[in-house]
Design a protein around this ligand. Structure first.
Ligand code: DX5
Ligand code: ZN
Length: 215
């Protein structure tokens, strides 16, 4: 069954504990870390992840939208992240491979992320070495509440095929503009995990919204 990962970027940060409780029927918790360099926005960092870890047993899916993410692998692992995903555009390949090696050594799951501009074939060397997750952005990273880029759907299908060929067992996650309608398109294209911020936190009935996204 499709996993749903609510993004706390759409939560009320003054009531973060309560807002995490509200999505406890979901599968994962998606944490968007932004550095004001890789993306124009600044969000949350290591201390917040540490507090979240102390508050919930949910699987913490930490999306690092930061330049040279290898600098932060250890800190976020020690703060309690279950999975760290790093952008292919955020550093040179040798540094990204070194960051993935470090995740492996620290026992945290490894993800790679593609901005909308990045071609699906860019993941092949990473699938060949083995990763746990490929995250495909269906908005320009940086902000919640944007519209789904339907032109990314063929890329989701292409990534599904590449994963099945090179790294079966690796999960395919989609992030950005996911709502009930676009979730269906993502599932049809082969997504395993759907991130949703505004579609979850903007809903009057959050558990019903999570169930509807699962399909
Ligand atoms: C965007 C973030 C997303 C964002 C999704 O840069 O990576 O995780 O929170 O928000 P929605 O679901 O509102 O597009
Ligand atoms: Zn995200």
């Amino acid at each position: 069954m499709t996993k749903i990962a609510p993004s706390i970027l759409s939560a009320d940060f003054c009531r973060l504990g309560e807002d995490i409780q509200k999505v406890s029927s979901a599968d994962w918790l998606h944490v968007d870390v932004m550095d004001g360099m890789f993306v124009p926005n600044i969000s949350i960092g290591v201390p917040v992840v540490k507090s979240i870890r102390a508050h919930t047993d949910m699987f913490l899916d930490v999306h690092l939208m930061v330049e040279k993410p290898g600098r932060y692998v250890k800190a976020f692992s020690q703060a309690g992240a279950d999975l760290l995903s790093i952008h292919l555009e955020a550093d040179m390949p040798p540094a990204l491979h070194a960051a993935l090696d470090e995740m492996e050594a620290l026992g945290v799951k490894k993800g790679i992320v593609l901005r909308p501009i990045t071609a699906p074939e860019a993941v092949i060397p990473y699938l060949q070495r083995g990763v746990d997750l490929v995250l495909v952005m269906t908005v320009e990273p940086g902000f919640g509440g944007q519209s789904f880029m339907a032109d990314q759907l063929p890329k989701i299908s292409a990534l599904r095929a590449l994963i099945d060929q090179y790294c079966p067992g690796c999960l395919l996650e989609v992030d950005g503009g996911v709502n009930v309608e676009t979730a269906r398109l993502c599932r049809q294209a082969g997504a395993d995990v759907l991130v949703a911020g505004s579609a979850v936190y903007g809903a009057a009935d959050i558990p019903a919204a999570i169930a509807a996204l699962r399909g």
